[in-house]
Design a protein around this ligand. Structure first.
Ligand code: XMP
Length: 479
């Protein structure tokens, strides 16, 4: 018989060390997958009560990234990815435009449909003017043409300016949009004041090389052919093959097919819970491996099936293989406090994925509900009856029309307010851990791997004890 011992986050503590590192000076950047870098080692779960476009935007603005769930039609999921990608730009590659000769009614329709309120005006591809919503405001006659009201005196750029140069132009000419043109005067891009302001407001945002927010989306072993073309066309940064058992033949075969068809796509494969599972995923084509079988707060996989690996050991085992094969590991599920993030990274993870702690945030999907005078938001497993009924049959291998045997529950979590201040609490907890351990970067913490195994009395001592709490802390509660 094989009988291994395994530990969860609660069984261990990071050992403190001599340190010259100040929490405020540490570097929280991490490599998520291939060349995608985050400024905060945190992802939000691909769950229908956790991540849609709003959560993905809020998280990426603070340096992390969201993974849009797949209990959505392929079209809506792709639209949500596109909304995240269009939220912030440095240079808009494909600006919305109108052609000379269009009526004001047509122009307004384009503005309403796209939400873009300033459009370059083109004549056979050449920029000849710009029209904004302000030009329409005092021109009520819808039959009038764009040519009658557009601004013709244009300031344009013929090469890509530095941020400083672009700002200087906006300031000098009192303009809000700067079209980029080639030598023939044809439009090649657009820079807007609004985007530049947003960049200044969010200095830690997780950005791709063209200045848009980073976003991921979940795909399944069966639905990926329907999802990936639209997701990629919308600018998806990374796909997450979202399964409960990544080391199973059908999942690995799907992964091989996806890898073959979309060679350049960054793929996170999961979930596995040991080194063998990680190796199989990487050999089948995963660029990063997601680890976690049953640690999630809403998961019942371990009690329904009797199968799983306590999360700390799962990460520690899988990371041996991931490190040897130079592939990042993402620790998925079971994070209850910021200290668990530090422990996951201290054991070798490059990032963590979080569901529960984010489901109560304002930008999570779902309504706030008041119960016994307190505000809550709903949170459910993707293997719960409710999630299965609204489309999640695939992750837990339930056949169409079969009666569901759930591997998760539906519940509620306390309302936790805005994303940014909450992430500040989590990130600062990790920063402090790095101060205590003398690690100046995520990479150093990842290599730290010095832990102390504690007893139940040690855990009791770690938590608040022998006192009645009279003021809740924003980063600590005991449910
Ligand atoms: P937390 O602990 O943050 O974990 O709530 C979120 C992770 O749990 C996984 N997940 C599930 N696992 N049954 C499971 O066994 C489920 O119904 C279920 N739904 C989500 C998932 O990996 C998520 O990121």
């Amino acid at each position: 018989m094989e009988l291994r011992e395994a530990l969860s986050y609660d069984d261990v503590l990071l050992a403190p060390s001599y340190s010259e590192v100040l929490p405020s000076d540490v570097d929280l950047r991490t490599v998520l997958v291939r060349d995608i870098e985050l400024n905060l080692p945190i992802l939000s779960s691909a769950m229908d009560t956790v991540t849609e476009d709003r959560m993905a935007i809020a998280l990426a603005l603070s340096g992390g990234a969201g993974v849009i769930h797949r209990n959505l039609s392929p079209e809506i999921q792709a639209q949500q990815v596109s909304k995240v990608k269009r939220f912030l730009n440095w240079i808009i590659d494909n600006p919305v435009t109108v052609n000379i000769g269009a009526t004001l009614a047509e122009t307004r329709r384009t503005m309403d449909e796209t939400g873009v309120t300033g459009l370059p005006v083109l004549d056979a591809g050449k920029v000849v003017g710009i029209i904004t919503i302000r030009d329409l405001r005092f021109n009520e006659n819808p039959e009038m043409l764009v040519d009658d009201v557009m601004t013709r005196d244009l300031v344009v750029e013929t090469s890509i300016p530095t941020e400083k140069a672009a700002l200087a132009k906006f300031d000098k000419h009192r303009i809000e949009k700067l079209p980029l043109v080639d030598v023939g005067g044809r439009l090649t891009g657009l820079i807007t004041v609004r985007d530049m302001e947003k960049h200044r407001d969010y200095p830690s945002a997780a950005l791709d090389s063209s200045g848009s927010l980073i976003v991921g989306a979940a795909i399944g072993p069966r639905d990926w052919p329907a999802r990936l073309p639209g997701l990629i066309a919308s600018g998806l940064d990374f796909a997450v093959l979202d399964t409960a058992h990544g080391a199973s033949l059908n999942v690995l075969k799907s992964l091989e097919k996806i890898r073959k068809k979309f060679g350049n796509l960054s793929i996170v494969g999961g979930n596995v819970a040991d080194g063998d599972g990680a190796r199989r995923m990487i050999e089948a084509g995963a660029d990063a491996v997601k680890v976690g079988v049953g640690p999630g707060s809403i998961c019942t996989t371990r009690v329904v099936t009797g199968v799983g690996v306590p999360q700390f050991t799962a990460v520690a085992d899988a990371v041996e293989v991931c490190d040897a094969m130079r592939v990042p590991l993402i620790a998925d599920g079971g994070v209850k406090y910021s200290g668990d993030i530090a422990k996951a990274i201290g054991a070798g993870a490059s990032a963590v994925m979080i569901g529960n702690l984010f489901a109560g945030l304002k930008d999570a999907p779902g309504q706030e509900v008041i119960f016994e005078g307190r505000i809550f938001k709903s949170y459910r497993g993707m293997g719960s009856i409710g999630a299965i009924e609204s489309g999640g049959i695939d992750r837990y291998q339930i056949g169409e029309g079969e009666e569901a045997v759930p591997e998760g529950v539906e519940g509620r979590v306390p309302y936790r307010g805005e994303v940014a201040p909450y992430l500040h609490q989590l990130a600062t907890g990790v920063r402090k851990a790095m101060g205590y351990t003398g690690c100046a970067s995520v990479e150093q913490l990842r290599e730290y791997r010095r832990f102390i195994k504690i007893s139940t009395t040690g855990l009791r001592e770690s938590h608040v004890h022998d006192v009645s709490v009279i003021q809740d802390a924003p980063n600590y509660s005991r449910l």
